[in-house]
Design a protein around this ligand. Sequence first.
Ligand code: GLC
Length: 478
Amino acid sequence: MNILYVTSEAVPFCKTGGLADVSGSLPVALAGNGDRVSVILPLYKSVKEKWLSELHFEKYIYVNLAWRRAYCGLFSIRREGVTWYFVDNEQYFLRDELYGHYDDGERFGFFSRAVTELLKVLPDKPDVIHCNDWQSALVPVYLRDEAVRDDFYKGIRTVITVHNIEYQGRFGREALEDLFGLDRGWFDGGTIAFDGDVNLLKAALMTADAITAVSPTYARELKYAYFAHGLDSVMRLNEGKLHGVLNGIDMVRYDPRQDKNLACRYSERTLSEKTKNKLALQKKMGLAEADDTPILAMVSRLVSHKGLDLVCEVLDRFMEKDVQLVVLGKGESGYEDFFRSAQQRYPGRISVYLGYSEELAMQIYGGSDLFLMPSKSEPCGLSQMIAMRYGTVPIVRETGGLKDTVRAYETPSGEGNGFSFADYNAGDMCHVICEAIDLYHNNKDAYKLLQTRGMTGDFSWTRSAQAYQDIYQSICSK
Ligand code: GLC
């Protein structure tokens, strides 16, 4: 089958979050399973600066977006069995940040429109267009809109994947005609209207042939108001075409046997070598160099749905134990201030890096013993899988993909690959953190078994790529 994967970010070209990891590895896995796969994304400034000399200029067209007519260049590169296309328009994409601009609606309206119009000039017509989050949510809508007038668009199937329903692409009513060039019927009929606004994600949920959420548990959670940020009724309405498919991780990129960021490479058979990474991390982060003190790590955006208020509430309680804490991330200033002051209060025991560094992140995965992810909601979460792959035992709240990937340690059987707690409650989290620290100190064998199970777990894309292919097949045969 011929698949066109539409995304606003993809590793190794550009990344702000987990969407980029998925977009960088799922298409490669699909191609590996025999599909013809292309990916299309905007040509951002950072991509242009780094990759332009390797990109091949294909052609340009002009794209109509409401009353605008905008230049649209198309570049490509062939990598890992996949054709990667880049949409060029300097006015929209030659900027420092990927998102967060006053005209994001117009920028991604243009992108989605460009994808629709480029279909006519791409070498072969896709059977399925797989869209991701609100930035490409207009594609299924444009296809339906065009199909009424133009047979070319009939029969192309669409999938929308929800990576995080918090971000929906909501704009004022006036955006419909003026920005997106759509007829008022789309609003009056309710497809794109939500709470008086234009809601791009809702429109995709209503029009795509299939909806996928990035884990089975998240697919179930999305039908409830607590998780759906207002769209629970839309999810329930479209339940028949909703699937949960668990993300994988790139098992080659994330491999402690060959990760060049590490002081010392290791596998489940040479686990004692992990200690060298721990000592290197302690040294680098200004922590006391103690190989028998467990390091509890967090690598996370510092935003509320990551469960940070739980950590703020009980930090002093679990710090009574023999443990060190490492935090890497940036985000809301309240949390940044909290961790900055915690570092001052616990010199040599807490170390915080308020920013993002891929190199340091990998050294943290490699050098830590426990990995904390107490998220309020977590559509899938990739960090817990990366942590397990590096023999760092996760402590998670049972939500979304965390629930689907981490099996809680059980006594007396010793089963499991991590620790978890069910309710969003600081006391419960603290209890489980202390349990994990105690296991580390007092039952080395059981702790080691958890590590080994994590390191040998299958987090590859193989199974999930097949699940997507089954969905593609089923919508194409309808
Ligand atoms: C979003 C979600 C995260 C998920 C990622 C990739 O960033 O918040 O849980 O792992 O998308 O699907």
